[in-house]
Design a protein around this ligand. Structure first.
Ligand code: DGL
Length: 271
């Protein structure tokens, strides 16, 4: 039994979609979330900047005596892979668990991946999928408009703007006849209804965040460090900037109004 919290971080508020999955998989665990709202987005930054930011975010969480660190961010999980070696606690990114899940469920062996520019440029999912099964065929593309569309609230099924963007971005997956698509970015599960409408019901969508939450549950169990305390765990939320759109964006991503107390960390660049 280990009642220390799980630390989870993201480039901003997108990681709240992963928090939602984590609360579902592990309701009794305490959680500390750090969203780097002052430096978001990471998805179009250099690898060096992404690694530096990710290390600072992780060090902030370590100060809170976390037992596990989860990078909810697809971009960090793809680019800042060295981070795992630097940390004194177990670390989970979203790439490995999502790739494993996709490789397990594909029938045709044709898998699609979508993510930010940095995620797709890193080739992370392709590498991971080929390590699991060298014969799968992977089609990957970045969808840079999806994050701002989600954060602007254009998320309802059938939304004309997001549907148009999805039709443009996703046509090659239809042409390639993929049967499985990895949603490799925190924000994409929010528009899974639109993505499904565009790709049709034969394509299975894998939420990288959900796969990571399940991997976290397995790891805690395997290492014997589940909290096992009865009742709900404690949840604490930190951000590096209280942006004007905080309330709207967090309610889109969390699915309801942000109920918790959120604290400001205005010196993340000193970690
Ligand atoms: N959290 C990022 C991801 O999952 C999306 C937002 C960003 O570009 O920072 O890749």
């Amino acid at each position: 039994m280990d009642t220390r919290p799980i630390g989870i971080f993201d480039s901003g508020l997108g990681g709240l979609t992963v928090v939602k999955e984590l609360l579902r998989a592990l309701p009794g665990e305490s959680i500390i979330y750090f969203g780097d709202t002052g430096r978001v987005p990471y998805g179009n930054r250099s690898n060096a900047a992404i690694l530096k930011y990710a290390m600072q975010d992780a060090r902030f969480l370590l100060k809170h005596d976390v037992k596990l660190i989860i990078a909810a961010c697809g971009t960090v999980s793809s680019v800042a892979t060295e981070i795992a070696k630097e940390l004194p606690v177990p670390y989970i990114g979203v790439v490995k668990p999502a790739a494993k899940r996709a490789a397990e469920i594909t029938h045709s062996g044709k898998i699609g991946v979508i993510g930010t520019a940095a995620t797709i440029a890193s080739g992370s999912y392709k590498k991971e999928l080929h390590e699991i099964n060298p014969s799968v065929r992977v089609t990957a593309r970045s969808c840079p408009l999806f994050v701002p569309l989600v954060e602007s609230g254009f998320v309802k099924d059938g939304d004309p703007l997001t549907t148009l963007a999805a039709e443009r971005y996703l046509s090659e997956f239809t042409a390639e006849k993929v049967d499985t698509l990895i949603l490799g970015c925190t924000h994409y599960p929010i528009i899974s209804g639109i993505i499904k409408q565009v790709l049709g019901s034969k394509v299975t969508l894998i939420s990288a965040g959900r796969a990571a939450a399940e991997a976290a549950a397995d790891l805690l169990e395997k290492d014997g460090i589940l909290s096992e305390k009865s009742g709900e765990g404690e949840r604490r939320f930190f951000v590096s900037d209280m942006t004007q759109s905080f309330t709207e964006v967090s309610s889109v991503l969390l699915g309801h109004r942000f109920p918790m107390d959120v604290r400001l960390v205005d010196d993340i660049d000193t970690y």
